[in-house]
Design a protein around this ligand. Sequence first.
Ligand SMILES: Nc1ncnc2c1ncn2[C@@H]1O[C@H](COP(=O)(O)OP(=O)(O)O)[C@@H](O)[C@H]1O
Ligand SMILES: [Mg+2]
Length: 164
Amino acid sequence: MTHSNTLTLFLPDRQQMQSLGICLGQILTPGSILMLEGDLGSGKTTLVQSIGEGLGITDTIASPTFALIHEYPEGRIPLYHLDLYRLEPLEVNELHLETYWEGIEVPPGIVAIEWPDRLLDWPDNYLHLLLTYVDEGREITFTPYGQINWASICNNLQLSGLVC
Ligand SMILES: Nc1ncnc2c1ncn2[C@@H]1O[C@H](COP(=O)(O)OP(=O)(O)O)[C@@H](O)[C@H]1O
Ligand SMILES: [Mg+2]
């Protein structure tokens, strides 16, 4: 099967967004970086919370806006949830967030970044997710950059029934 380089899904309600997150939490491999772009309230944190559920994390996943970085090591693979909303690009630079995707100082896991536009140095390989408001629900467009096992992600989303 061939896959086009983007995938757009319509999630009519919060529950569908949660199903998507749970599926991603079950299939994503260590070293996956998710760049989550979208307006306030578009569902970025909801999606990350559900990824945590899919990983088997039982801790509550908070909105990290105040803490900036939350680490959840106890699921299938670690989850690192970053929210850069309150930061300026130069401040973000000083945090050396590449630590999270180099996988040397911390075990490799899923890195989910809200407001990644604050990041000056983007990694080479990542999945870009754009969340937008559509009618009462949300639309999400996935675009892979660099070496991402895109075919596998598409196949799994298809199997989950989320892609029609
Ligand atoms: N289809 C949907 N997907 C995700 N969230 C939705 C959807 N429909 C309504 N919502 C609501 O929108 C809000 C999304 O908030 P949140 O996930 O914190 O967004 P963000 O992190 O992007 O600011 C939640 O209150 C959620 O219940
Ligand atoms: Mg948020």
